[in-house]
Write a protein that binds this ligand. Structure first.
Ligand SMILES: [Fe+2]
Length: 401
């Protein structure tokens, strides 16, 4: 199977191959761990090779993105006992003491890792983080615990043993992590060994621990925060409060009785439920959730300086493309059309009159290169050219390379 870091979610299909996406969601997602094994040892070479570790350490000797896995079940940077000691490089000393070294945000160091993460984020329409764990021999990183994010493990080097102690909570959220440390009662329900090229999925809420034996190991951990119904309800409520229902913004009377509060809460919930019969409202809430995700993203490396040169060369027959794995959203707001997308440093937004919405939606939904004059919508070719130049200068579109 081709590895292809896809614009359309193929990278997740590649990640779990030979398990198919339908089987994953039916039998494993949010239910039980999945172990995929028996693939080539260098399956993840486009994302991370063991030798990349040296480059990253060399460039980040004093970087705060380096931490260690402590036995207290949390990642720590510069532990107090190593501050001011004779050891100039505390991560090395900690590694020597059989602590796992963690490098957070691997996608910021390696372009292939960035493209891979974006492919997964685009597929799940949510943001994630990608961290490297380097374990010395005979090391247990975190003690048994559960997480509030789904965990995807890409095993790179060596052998690591994983222990599972069952589900502690169903899809827990971050605020439920008070009891994240779960002392195992009895033997693990399941144990397995990860070898290079293996993949492991751990649903959030499942208690797990891992350790190396007589050899060191390296793996990438992708933490994924899928959007939940509660997240969407938050967006629906915020949309209603900000644009549609003044009463939601009124303060709660200081002397309100418990009965009044219950009655008023019920009225608000009923009004919100009623609003969900309106397709436009539902779409607004859904878009808002997507915009939150886009706002957390950064553009991938992709000829960003050339866009200023290229925009001036465009004509109506030019073929252009959306940047690699760019998650963007076109939407209407108060009678105007918008499109929002990540750039190098922040989120960019281009807006215009309502009649350009269909063209912006076309850009959002089109993954293959297209001719400017053939963009959908009622704009004439000249207007489409002006819009294409603007979207290229802002960083959403580029020439095919
Ligand atoms: Fe974990």
């Amino acid at each position: 199977m081709q590895s292809g870091f896809a614009k359309d979610g193929r990278s997740f299909a590649w990640l779990i191959h030979p398990i198919d996406i339908e089987t994953f969601f039916r039998d494993y997602f949010e239910q039980k761990p999945l172990h995929v094994t028996g693939r080539s040892l260098d399956y993840y070479a486009e994302i991370f090779r063991p030798e990349d570790m040296e480059d990253i350490l060399w460039r980040n000797v004093h970087s705060p993105s380096i931490a260690v896995a402590s036995k207290m079940s949390r990642a720590i940077s510069a532990p107090i006992s190593y501050v001011g000691t004779s050891e100039p490089w505390w991560p090395g000393e900690m590694y020597k003491d059989r602590h796992a070294l963690i490098i957070n945000g691997i996608q910021k160091h390696i372009a292939g890792a960035g493209r891979f993460l974006r492919g997964i984020e685009k597929f799940f329409k949510t943001s994630g983080h990608l961290n490297l764990y380097a374990n010395p021999a005979n090391c247990q990183g975190f003690p048994p615990h559960f997480d509030s994010h789904d965990t995807l493990i890409l095993h790179i080097e060596g052998i690591k043993r994983w222990m599972f102690y069952g589900q502690h909570a169903t899809n827990p959220v971050h605020t439920q992590l008070d009891s994240k440390l779960v002392p195992p009662s009895g033997d693990p329900e399941m144990e397995l060994e990860l070898a290079p090229g293996d993949f492991l999925y751990i649903p959030r809420g499942h208690v797990h621990a891992a350790s190396t034996s007589d050899s060191p190991s390296k793996h990438l951990t992708l933490g994924l925060f899928p959007s939940s119904w509660r997240d969407l309800m938050d967006m629906a409520l915020a949309t209603s409060a900000e644009y549609l229902d003044d009463s939601l913004r009124a303060s709660i009377p200081l002397d309100a009785s418990r009965e009044t509060i219950a009655t008023t809460l019920k009225e608000h919930f009923l009004a919100l439920a009623q609003r969900c019969n309106d397709d436009v409202f539902v779409e607004q809430a859904r878009t808002r959730l997507l915009l939150n995700t886009i706002d957390q993203m950064q553009a991938l490396p992709d000829h960003h300086l050339e866009r200023f040169d290229d925009a001036g060369t465009l004509n109506e027959d030019s073929i252009i493309r959306k940047r690699d794995s760019t998650l963007c959203a076109a939407f209407m707001h108060q009678g105007e059309a918008f499109i929002r997308f990540p750039t190098f440093t922040a989120t960019a937004m281009v807006k215009g009159p309502a009649f350009i919405f269909d063209t912006l939606k076309f850009v959002e939904e089109t993954e293959d290169p297209f001719r400017i004059s053939e963009m959908a919508g009622s704009m004439n070719s000249r207007s489409k050219l002006i819009l294409a130049r603007r979207l290229m200068t802002e960083g959403l579109l580029a020439l095919p390379r």
